[in-house]
Design a protein. Structure first.
Length: 195
């Protein structure tokens, strides 16, 4: 294991253990505050097509975001994961949560008959999950590289926003050359825009 890999592994374990330990009412309350802040962003207001992760294991909850995107008449996409190829495909969602079922790793995904692939270049705003972040927009994911590969396929105007609890922010996230930075982080306490 090289040093960057070891540092990432150690940080990932520390933050995931702390996140898993959060009580459900804390997750719900902090998530609601974070999503309310996200909905006030100009980037949200002007976006017509938004992709968001579907939360899993105490991530910032995105169910209310999906409902709001639909209510606002915008197009919403969720990721479909192909573990064999290591690829994510955005799939347009029409009915939430009826079109979803547990997929890879138990994370909700579109049912096979409900898959409607979108070209990543059509996405205006992408809500990106992660384990840990620093104030420079560096992101520590789950180790599969799915989002880093995926974000490279989005258009030049796509805006990457990461919802996270304050406890997921670190002074410095170990970075590899293929890691993609976020444009904005939103916690229950603040918005951090990365220039």
């Amino acid at each position: 294991m090289n040093t960057i890999h070891q540092l990432k592994h150690k940080l990932r374990k520390e933050v995931l253990d702390a996140r898993i330990a959060l009580p459900p009412h804390v997750v719900a309350e902090k998530s609601a505050r974070i999503i309310q802040t996200l909905l006030k962003l100009d980037e949200y207001r002007y976006a017509s097509t938004i992709m968001t992760y579907l939360d899993f294991r105490n991530e910032v909850q995105t169910g209310e975001l999906v409902k709001r995107v639909m209510a606002d008449g915008k197009r919403v996409a969720v990721p479909l994961t192909d573990p064999a190829s290591g690829m994510l495909t955005p799939s347009s969602l029409s009915f939430y949560p009826d079109e979803l079922e547990p997929g890879a790793w138990g994370i909700l995904e579109p049912k096979p008959r409900c898959v409607r692939p979108l070209d990543p270049s059509e996405l205006d705003l992408i809500v990106v999950p992660g384990v840990a972040f620093d104030r420079r927009g560096n992101r520590l994911g789950y180790g599969g590289g799915f989002y880093d590969r995926f974000l490279l396929r989005t258009g030049p105007e796509a805006f990457y926003v990461a919802p996270a609890y304050e406890m997921q922010l670190c002074d410095s996230v170990p970075r590899s050359s293929q890691d993609v930075r976020m444009h904005c982080l939103i916690t229950e306490e603040r918005i951090i825009r990365i220039s």
